[in-house]
Design a protein around this ligand. Sequence first.
Ligand code: FDA
Length: 393
Amino acid sequence: MQEYDVIIIGAGASGLMCAAQAARRGRRVVVLDHGNQAARKVRVSGGGRCNFTNAQLSSHHYLSHNPHFVKSALSRYSQWDFLSLIDEHKISWHEREHGQYFCDGSAIQVVDMLMEECRRFAAKVQLSTTIQTLKRNEDGSFWLQTSRGTYRCCSLVVATGGLSIPILGATPLGYRIAEQFGISIKPPAAGLVPLTLQPPDKQQLAPLSGIAVEATVQAGGASFRENVLFTHRGLSGPAILQISNYWQPGKAIIIDWLPAISLDAVIGEAKEQQPRQQVKTVLTHLLPNRVVTALLPAEILNVQLAQVSKKQSDWLVRQLHHWQVVPSGTEGYRTAEVTCGGVDCDEISSKTMESKTVPGLYFTGEVLDVTGWLGGYNLQWAWSSGWCTGQFV
Ligand code: FDA
């Protein structure tokens, strides 16, 4: 039997941050992970450069059934605190659009930094360890049977992340542990994920695969202006990944393909200045030719501007500023960056991350019902919640 003050299940972003903090306070800490590498998602994050945080951090960038839950942790361990750690480890970084911070070099530098922090404070990280059974003893301590023997601890931290990308080690263990102790789960769903289209829409847009267009996409009360990428399965790109967190199955998304202009005004002006011009000529100055021909029928594209009726021009405006499509679904956990839903935050203390009903049991990171926007927000949540947990375990 191996005894520790703190056992953390999951050597990902949040678990490692928590481990270093708890060990820094003098707690005897072990992190157990079934994978053979730590922080596999961090290694591939941000296309290999890790978008580790965002300058514009606020609770507004997160979705949760309890929208206030994130506020305390984000303010106690902010993006600037994490940036100081990055600077302390001499990792060079740069800022991209929308306040996103990336490593200049490799995401692996961030993993090395987390492991170095664990070593510095003597938190043990034990990989390739399968959790088999977990029980709570009468004295409130926890007992774990694993593929590498039995363990006992006073504080158990569940940092197993979400369900996205199973080949990187994602499992539902964290949800199962919550259920075992009667803590409820908000239904998980793939987040920051490409959307798929119904067969007729897919066929209509298939020739556009690979083209990206800056557009405003709306669904579920949210709206994002960024690139939309046509794929052979449907729609992707940052605007679609962002809206996927808000989209509800069966509902439409609305796309403004010309967010920078008023098509009504452009048509009105062109009609006066070059009435013989075809509609298609005007539109192909505004959007790629292939997009125009895929979105609109030839009958209207070939009409001369002088012949365009008010009804036709209203239809064009609707079609390009309020294009609607009902996705058939998402690409699922195979390609999703995150998982929406998770352990119900109403049952967890926002200050300590401890269960309100099971003393000594903590949840941190993506396993909780907290989902950030694209742009470094999910890792910042992992750092902030992990840091806070580490102060109390
Ligand atoms: P994380 O998933 O990091 O760690 C969970 C750990 O638990 C893993 O090590 C796993 O092996 C372990 N585990 C799971 N089940 C277990 C079990 N049964 N037994 C033992 N161990 C178990 N975010 C961002 O802000 N910026 C970015 O650039 C990116 N980029 C990005 C790219 C890709 C491809 C993905 C999939 C995700 C991102 N993200 C991101 C999201 C970000 O990586 C994610 O939100 C955090 O890693 C979550 O941190 P956690 O520590 O909560 O879980």
